[in-house]
Design a protein around this ligand. Structure first.
Ligand code: ADP
Ligand code: ADP
Length: 232
């Protein structure tokens, strides 16, 4: 479970002061597919960066699986980060490495032996529907296929949470639907909690169970998708 309690984040720099998040409280339960929707600048990236611990809230608390982020030891923080992985709009694959090597990379960092890592990577290639792309380089793949490899890489450390930051925004509608189906499949099969950041309502309606609408750093509405978006 992910809990944000009265989280505020203020950036101060030469340009002045920006309240990126204002008193945000959210509970994301295990197994949810939770959408965070809002316009550009609403605070969506800042919110997920607080969940994956790249950003420390100015105020409030972030509690992931019962552990409070700022109370963790460095070792706990490293372990927690492996459990919260992320995919991006621009895939962020290593272009000089094969797909198999890309998927093995986070396992290498975690100290998994080479044989074991490769076996796991092959299972993951199977799961994302690209068993024959182990030796291909990312540049040889379509955008949708590259995102599948990025998803396989994100799953390599057996995460409990998958954060998707505009993960389908660079894809055409048909490929978007296929990637969303894969994410839904992973949520169901592996029981992974998914947080989806998007500016597209259609993405939320397609796969999310819950949604929070962010506007200028504030959660203006949240709850079950069926309740938030139901016709009056
Ligand atoms: P979104 O992801 O919804 O587009 P962001 O979380 O990226 O929104 O940004 C929210 C606000 O915080 C914006 O006004 C943005 O310019 C500002 N912001 C984000 N990161 C920083 C930073 N590191 N320094 C200063 N301002 C920032
Ligand atoms: P997006 O909205 O797609 O997440 P942005 O271009 O807003 O991307 O932000 C990209 C990166 O730049 C993020 O890490 C964000 O924290 C940082 N950032 C955004 N706005 C500012 C800003 N005004 N000053 C400094 N860093 C910023």
């Amino acid at each position: 479970m992910i809990e944000l309690q009265h989280v505020s984040k203020t950036f101060e720099n030469a340009g002045g002061r920006v309240d990126a998040l204002r008193d945000v409280s959210l509970t994301i339960a295990d197994g949810d597919i939770y959408g965070i929707i809002g316009m550009s600048g609403a605070g969506k990236s800042t919110l997920v960066r607080c969940i994956n611990m790249l950003e420390r809230p100015t105020e409030g608390r972030v509690i992931v699986n019962g552990q409070q982020l700022d109370a963790m030891t460095p070792a706990q923080l490293r372990a927690a980060r492996r459990e919260i992985t992320m995919i991006f709009q621009r895939f962020n694959l290593l272009m000089q490495r094969t797909c198999l090597q890309n998927i093995c990379f986070p396992m290498e960092l975690a100290g998994v032996g080479r044989k074991e890592a490769q076996a796991k990577a092959r299972q993951l290639l199977e799961l994302v529907g690209l068993p024959d792309k182990a030796q291909a380089y990312p540049a040889q793949l379509s955008g949708g296929q590259q995102q599948r490899i990025a998803i396989a890489r994100a799953l390599a450390t057996n995460p409990k949470v998958l954060l998707c930051d505009e993960a389908t925004s660079a894809l055409d509608p048909k490929t978007t639907r296929q990637i969303l189906e894969l994410i839904q499949d992973i949520n169901r099969k592996l029981g992974i909690t998914v947080v989806v950041i998007t500016h597209q309502m259609s993405v939320v309606k397609e796969i999310c169970t819950h949604v929070a609408i962010l506007d200028d750093g504030e959660v203006v509405e949240n709850g079950l998708v069926s309740a938030v978006f139901s016709a009056p």
